[in-house]
Design a protein around this ligand. Structure first.
Ligand code: NAP
Length: 227
C-alpha cells in the first residue's frame, strides 16, 4: 500500500497513474480533490496535515488496509519573502505543513510498519533548500529539516525492516513551478545543465527503486538534471 500525501499537487497528479502499477494507493489531498477517473487502485482521503487529530483519525480509519506501507511525503506549501520581511504567520504555515506535517504522518505510520517489520518512507525535498534559494526561508528550512528527520528514522527503525530516504527534487515541469514568474523560470533553466525541467517519470523510477531496496537507507537521492 502506497500512501501519497500531496496527491492533488502537480507532481502528485502526474505520478498517480504510474504509482498504481507498483501498488494500491491511498491518495491524500487537502483542498483539491484529485481527478482519478480512469485510474484503478486509488482510494482518496482528505487530511489536513496541520491537524494532529486529522492525521491520527486517518491512521485509525485506514488501520485494516495498512499493509506493506510505502509513505511518500509530497505535500508542501511555499511562501516567498526575504528573511527580514518573512511574516511569522507564513513561517508557521509552511513549517506546519512541510515539517510538522511530515513528522505527524510519519509517527502515525511507524506503528503499523513496526508491527509488520516492513516499511518505506520517502520524503520529498527540494534543491531550493540545498541551494538556500533566496526568498524561501521557511520552505528551505523545512526541506533541509526533512534530511535530518529521515536519517533519524533510518537509524531508529532499520532493525524493523523500515527504510527512510529523501528524494531531493530539482525543478520539475509541473506543480510549484507554475507559481513562479516567467523571468524566474528562465533563470532557473539557466541553472540546469540540460536546460530542461524535470519529468515526474523520474520520481516514479526512484520510488520503485527505493521500494525494492532494503539496503538503501538514510540516503538522499538528487533528481535535478545535474544541478
Ligand atoms: N514542482 C517542482 O518543481 C518541485 C521542485 C522541488 C521539490 N518539489 C517538491 O515536490 C513535492 C510536490 O510538489 P508540487 O510541485 O506537486 O506541489 P504543489 O503542486 O504545490 O502541491 C502541493 C500539495 O500539498 C498539499 N497540501 C498543502 N497544504 C496541505 C495541508 N495542510 N494538508 C495536506 N496537504 C496539503 C496540496 O493539497 P491540496 O491541493 O489538496 O490543498 C497539494 O496536493 C513538494 O514536496 C515540493 O516541495 C517540487
Amino acid at each position: 500500500m502506497i500512501i501519497l500525501t500531496g496527491a492533488s499537487g502537480g507532481i502528485g497528479r502526474a505520478i498517480l497513474p504510474s504509482l498504481v502499477t507498483l501498488d494500491n494507493v491511498i491518495a491524500v489531498y487537502h483542498k483539491n480533490l484529485p481527478d482519478i477517473s480512469g485510474i484503478n487502485g486509488v482510494t482518496l482521503y482528505q487530511v489536513d496535515l496541520t491537524s494532529e487529530s486529522k492525521v491520527n483519525d486517518f491512521a485509525a480509519a485506514m488501520k485494516d488496509q495498512l499493509q506493506r506501507i510505502t509513505l511518500i511525503h509530497a505535500a508542501a506549501l511555499s511562501r516567498n519573502a526575504l528573511a527580514a520581511k518573512f511574516s511569522t504567520e507564513d513561517w508557521d504555515q509552511v513549517i506546519n505543513v512541510n515539517l510538522r506535517g511530515s513528522f505527524l504522518f510519519t509517527r502515525a505510520m511507524l506503528l503499523p510498519m513496526i508491527q509488520e517489520k516492513w516499511g518505506r518512507i520517502i520524503y520529498i525535498s527540494s534543491v531550493a533548500g540545498m541551494r538556500g534559494a533566496p526568498g524561501t526561508l521557511a520552505y528551505s528550512t523545512a526541506k533541509t529539516g526533512l534530511l535530518g528527520m529521515s536519517r533519524v528514522i533510518a537509524n531508529e527503525y532499520a532493525r524493523f525492516g523500515i527504510t527512510s530516504n529523501v528524494l531531493v527534487l530539482g525543478y520539475f515541469n509541473t506543480g510549484l513551478i507554475e507559481t513562479l514568474s516567467e523571468k524566474l523560470r528562465k533563470k532557473i533553466l539557466e541553472l540546469i545543465p540540460s536546460r530542461q525541467l524535470g519529468n515526474p517519470a523520474n520520481v516514479i523510477n526512484a520510488v520503485e527503486f527505493l521500494i525494492k531496496s532494503e539496503y538503501v537507507n538514510g540516503s538522499a537521492m538528487h533528481i535535478d538534471g545535474g544541478i
